[in-house]
Design a protein around this ligand. Structure first.
Ligand SMILES: Nc1nc2c(ncn2[C@@H]2O[C@H](COP(=O)(O)OP(=O)(O)OP(=O)(O)O)[C@@H](O)[C@H]2O)c(=O)[nH]1
Ligand SMILES: [Mg+2]
Length: 398
């Protein structure tokens, strides 16, 4: 038997306490589609080439995604999500090739406290849209997904009927990493889905905190799902999140809960009066819905379509898309520079000493920053000098 090594999967907990039993076996060079221990001798001695279907070129990905091939779309997303630097440039070539086919879907974000019914609503709403002839992609943004792996499986089961429909495509949140990393992957996944022909993208926020703002910054229409018992709940919902919403949906307006839901809707309507609208030229309202009886879902789609019409007519739709794109570029630059600085070995080396000096009152925070930035600048300039005179550099070869 060859000597196989195993490693922990990417999403496994960092701590090495021996409790994590699952492992990923290392790949077999050149032989990609056969059962371990039962290798085809022709593959082994090289007289037969491994099936090339396993290795797709950037062009294969572009053609496959553009033709709506779900298998290739899934693999393209996996490529985008990969943290392996080798995959990065290929993934970007695929995206570049598909860019002309993107941007035509209506992007809808869905947020709300845990248990509000986001997944159940997406299941019912998504099925309704598919019945109407739409193609629906469902994505999730969950910066905590490497910690709460359960939500990935949970959502698939909660969207049982939708996930089996050929017109729908469900992709759980990319796991782990910073919110910035998760956001980039989700945005690029959204573009791939658009290129594959999905015309409605539903993005569920999972987890808490910053993910609402991130999802707001990648969608056209943002809905907040709330529950009854507004008195208690209002305190739990940050006013800031209500300011992001284009619609507030009081869910679970069914059975005994219906009357309470009606009261809650009125309370939310009164609250919104005092809140700055999320979208210029659009008045946010509160609506009743039930993901179980499906009441109110058709009306909700009418609201989203009306929003799309109003904002397209006024130009606000395109204006928001443009500023979202530029904000995305800025935030990626921020993150890149942040990482360059904080991963710089010379900066890291000097950091403790400078921190001590700040805490000891010997230098001011402003001086500390100036000094660290100076160290960083000098270090980068030296690095460039070294790179320039490296024997492998084209200039040196001439
Ligand atoms: N009666 C009733 N129950 C509902 C409705 N929508 C969702 N539920 C129930 O509420 C519970 C939570 O629903 P989910 O869809 O998982 O809620 P979620 O907001 O996605 O929750 P997280 O993903 O954990 O944040 C489930 O038990 C659902 O069956 C509804 O309209 N009416
Ligand atoms: Mg959910």
């Amino acid at each position: 038997m060859p000597d196989y090594t195993t490693s922990k999967p990417e999403w496994a907990p960092e701590e090495d306490d021996g409790k994590f039993a699952c492992g990923v076996m290392s790949g077999i060079d050149g032989i990609t589609d056969t059962t371990v221990g039962n290798l085809n001798p022709a593959l082994k001695d090289g007289t037969m080439k491994p099936k090339s279907k396993m290795i797709l070129s950037a062009d294969d990905f572009i053609k496959g995604v553009a033709s709506g091939d779900r298998g290739i779309l899934s693999r393209a997303i996996t490529l985008i999500e990969s943290n392996n630097p080798k995959h990065f440039s290929k993934a970007q070539r695929v995206l570049q090739g598909l860019l002309p086919k993107t941007g035509k879907a209506l992007r809808v974000g869905i947020t709300g406290v845990p248990g509000a019914g986001k997944s159940t609503t997406i299941e019912a709403f998504g099925n309704m849209l598919c019945d109407m002839g739409h193609r629906v992609a469902v994505l999730a943004v969950d910066p905590t997904s490497s910690v709460t792996k359960g939500s990935i499986l949970g959502d698939k089961t909660r969207m049982g009927t939708l996930s089996r429909r050929p017109e729908a495509f469900i992709r759980p949140s990319p796991a782990g990493g910073t919110l910035g990393g998760v956001a980039r992957k989700s945005r690029e996944t959204m573009l791939l889905c658009e290129a594959a022909g999905y015309d409605v993208i539903l993005v569920e926020t999972v987890g808490v905190g910053q993910s609402e703002t991130t999802v707001r910054s990648m969608v056209d229409f943002f809905m907040l799902i709330v529950l009854t018992g507004a008195g208690d709940e209002l305190q739990g919902i940050k006013k800031g999140i209500m300011e992001l919403a284009d619609a507030i949906v009081v869910n679970k307006a069914d059975g005994d809960n219906y009357l309470k839901a009606k009261v809650a809707r009125g309370e939310y309507e009164r609250m919104i009066e005092y809140i700055r609208p999320a979208t210029e030229g659009w008045r946010t309202h509160a609506y009743l819905a039930s993901a179980v009886t499906k009441a109110g879902l058709k009306e909700l789609w009418d609201v989203i379509r009306a929003f799309s019409k109003v904002t397209h007519d006024s130009g606000v739709f395109q204006k928001r898309r443009d500023s979202q794109l530029l904000d995305w570029v800025h935030s990626m630059i921020d993150e890149h520079l942040h990482n360059l600085f904080f991963d710089d070995p010379v900066v890291l080396g000097r950091m403790p000493e400078i921190k001590d000096a700040v805490l000891g009152g010997t230098i001011s925070p402003t001086q500390a920053v100036a000094e660290l930035i100076h160290i960083f600048d000098v270090q980068r300039a030296t690095q460039r000098h070294v790179d320039l005179f490296h024997p492998e550099n084209e200039i040196m070869k001439k």
